[in-house]
Design a protein around this ligand. Sequence first.
Ligand code: ADP
Ligand code: ZN
Length: 205
Amino acid sequence: MDIVKGNMGWIEVIVGPMFSGKSEELIRRLRRAEIARQRVQIFKPFIDQRYSSNGIVSHSGLEIASGLVSTGADILGKVEPRTEVVGIDEAQFLGESLLECCTRLADSGKRVIVAGLDTDFMGRPFEPMPRLLVVAEEITKLLAICVRCGNPAVNTQRLVASEELIVVGAGGMYEARCRRCFEPQLALEKIEEQAATVKSKAAAS
Ligand code: ADP
Ligand code: ZN
């Protein structure tokens, strides 16, 4: 952010596919705030306990301590009045109340830094992140590297069979793909394959 006068708060959003460096960038900004001796509070959803239950961890191993919450409303209940900077990772899992939470925190003079996926495994907008982009002062969109061809990757390819919007995982379950290599139907085709195998096994026995 450029020049901010008085005690004005604002919202910074970091979006992109999995492996694009959102957690790394969030941790970098939060560390700098801590070095500047600002009061920082950090949150991530309960649902995301892939690597650590008490910290945000990037795929490259960077880590910073955080509290666990289920919704944006939970965060509002936990942020102390003296806090100057609020960091939130994997924000796409925090539901509708994320929007009001971030708006209220910024309105009350806090710097709010939010990282999350902007699209789901089908390439569709992952609510409520897109709506958060509309109210944010600053947006950073990061890209990963396509594992197939090395081009900039904007998509998260799901490699396992599931139609569920939320399937938490990293190693082997998802990979970064560019727009040319992205196959959004793949996860759905795998479900059909699985169903066909189950059927043929049932018929054989
Ligand atoms: P995000 O929060 O966006 O999922 P992270 O910050 O957790 O991303 O991880 C980013 C790191 O992941 C990179 O610095 C790199 O070390 C690693 N990485 C693994 N696969 C890829 C990929 N396909 N493209 C870019 N980085 C990758
Ligand atoms: Zn590609």
